[in-house]
Design a protein around this ligand. Sequence first.
Ligand SMILES: Nc1ncnc2c1ncn2[C@@H]1O[C@H](COP(=O)(O)OP(=O)(O)OP(=O)(O)O)[C@@H](O)[C@H]1O
Ligand SMILES: [Mg+2]
Length: 309
Amino acid sequence: MVGMADEFDVIGFGAINLDKIYMVDKIPGKDEEGFVLSVEFHPGGSAANTIVGLSRLGLKASYIGKVGSDSDGDFLLKDFINEGVDTKTIIRAEGRSGTAMIFVDRDGNRAILVDPGVNDTIRYEEIDVDYVSRFRLMHLTSFICKNGEDSFISQKKLVNELDIQVSFDPGMIYVERGMGDLKDILKNTTVFLPNRREIELLTGMDYITSAHELVTMGVDVVVIKLGEEGCYIFDGKKEYTVPAYSVEAVDSTGAGDAFNAGFLYGYLKGKSLEECGKLGNLVAAMNIKKVGARAGLPKEDELKEFGEV
Ligand SMILES: Nc1ncnc2c1ncn2[C@@H]1O[C@H](COP(=O)(O)OP(=O)(O)OP(=O)(O)O)[C@@H](O)[C@H]1O
Ligand SMILES: [Mg+2]
């Protein structure tokens, strides 16, 4: 494999979900019946959103994940292909694809049923490790682990066995597992991307003290998302607080995933950490101006129009 390293830019490793949004006349209670008015299908999954963002920004992006043998699996795979994401390491398995059934009534009330499907069942032996080693960076997000621990164990093993840069957005699901479960990943993490609430829950300390603690544990760069306040970055030497863009927030779904795409785009292009923070804030701001987790994710030329790149 010598000489083959660093051929491709970024590979995600996380859940792949199909969000099925049902507009309904009412959210039925026990023994009640409701009616579906309309349905929309939106591909999702936190790492998948970030990888699609990076692909739109012109990077060579790929994904480690699993979809089922059902028509939802066809839909999800086609979507990656349409977005220019390489699907070589997406596993197709017997069973159901991961879905979230989201019921929304006329008043905007929501009820959600999540089916992890085959997401939690990715065994290390199923991953083409040589292929993954050809990427510059691997981006990890959480699996809910309701159908077993296989995918989480594979993430830990891959991070420890490969000499590859790692970015990691734990989300609340992994943070709730606690530091004991995450330290094997954290000690090999290049860029850690939690939000403020998550890092404070993980360490039990305020976010600035937490950032220093995580650098001591082996993280190279800690990047904390601060909502409308932007982000905070610490790399063991310098710290930066980068203010958010002032935008009319229409839908913040996927803001964190969009931020990750902007930040990692800058990082892989060799920008300074402060510029990476600005790019994260910018891509997140563009995304929250539109409804949906991916609708506002920009192409590289749209980003350049902002003159920040
Ligand atoms: N009201 C806002 N105005 C401008 N930018 C915002 C606003 N809210 C969020 N952002 C941008 O989005 C980024 C991510 O948002 P947030 O801090 O809420 O992350 P998160 O909680 O991980 O999001 P998610 O729930 O999508 O995972 C922020 O760092 C900021 O750049
Ligand atoms: Mg988040």
